[in-house]
Design a protein around this ligand. Structure first.
Ligand code: ADP
Ligand code: 5GP
Length: 204
């Protein structure tokens, strides 16, 4: 994997088991903060309520493989039998101009992004319990019983990697989790901007 070009914005990798509430939290965050969402490419079928180009770019496996061959992905992985990938140039152009860019990707993808050594923030979203995760996957009512069982089986091994992340946010009460994320992003932007602020004020 090539490194991302030097970025002026804050790129955030958001990870956590399917059903933990990542999409819900991103939607909440967008109400509070101007942020860009990296729209991944996937070979999985579109779910009810989803939109091509907004939730994902839904592509055929052949097109996905061609994009892999052309090196278009910052990272890509097979998750729950389908392929998913983050478009490198899309992230680069969104990060230009100092924006916050959120990547909702799985732990394999996060490991690939981490290995680039780029200055990226890694946040893990945990459900309050596995039982609650199961309840949320069922209440979302978008997946078959077989798919839900598969997602739960993978969830435990994914959650075991939470310790590798810069921050872990437990999504129990949605308002609290959204506030925690908001606080983390605000603090990280201030931290990263600190040298520039000091320079601007002529203090160096
Ligand atoms: P993910 O994007 O991580 O797969 P979703 O955002 O789709 O998860 O959330 C899974 C389900 O759980 C959705 O039906 C969502 O409305 C619900 N949900 C998300 N956060 C909470 C929460 N804090 N409390 C209760 N239900 C939640
Ligand atoms: P879903 O099919 O429920 O939308 O997503 C399933 C899993 O794929 C989630 O864990 C999500 O984070 C992950 N995912 C979505 N987009 C990408 C991507 O571009 N790369 C990787 N590695 N995982 C992704």
């Amino acid at each position: 994997m090539d490194e991302l070009r030097a970025l002026s914005g804050l790129v955030v990798v958001l990870c956590g088991p399917s059903g933990a509430g990542k999409s819900t939290l991103v939607a909440r965050l967008r109400e509070r903060l101007p942020l860009h969402f990296s729209v991944s490419y996937t070979t999985r079928p579109m779910r009810r309520g989803e939109e091509d180009g907004r939730d994902y770019y839904f592509v055929a496996p052949e097109q996905f493989d061609e994009m892999v061959a052309q090196g278009e992905f910052l990272e890509h992985a097979t998750v729950h039998t389908n392929s998913y990938g983050t478009h490198r140039r899309q992230v680069e152009s969104m990060a230009e101009g100092g924006s916050v860019v959120v990547l909702d990707i799985d732990v394999q993808g996060a490991a690939q992004v981490r290995a680039t050594g780029a200055d990226i923030l890694f946040i893990f979203i945990l459900p309050p319990s596995v039982a609650e995760l199961e309840r949320r996957l069922r209440s979302r009512a978008t997946d078959s019983e077989k798919v839900i069982a598969g997602r739960l089986a993978v969830a435990r091994s994914e959650m075991a990697q939470a310790g590798l992340f810069d921050y872990v946010v437990v999504n129990d009460d949605l308002d609290v989790a959204a506030s925690d994320l908001d606080a983390i992003l605000r603090a990280e932007r201030l931290r990263r901007g600190a040298p520039l602020t000091v320079q601007r004020l002529g203090l160096t």
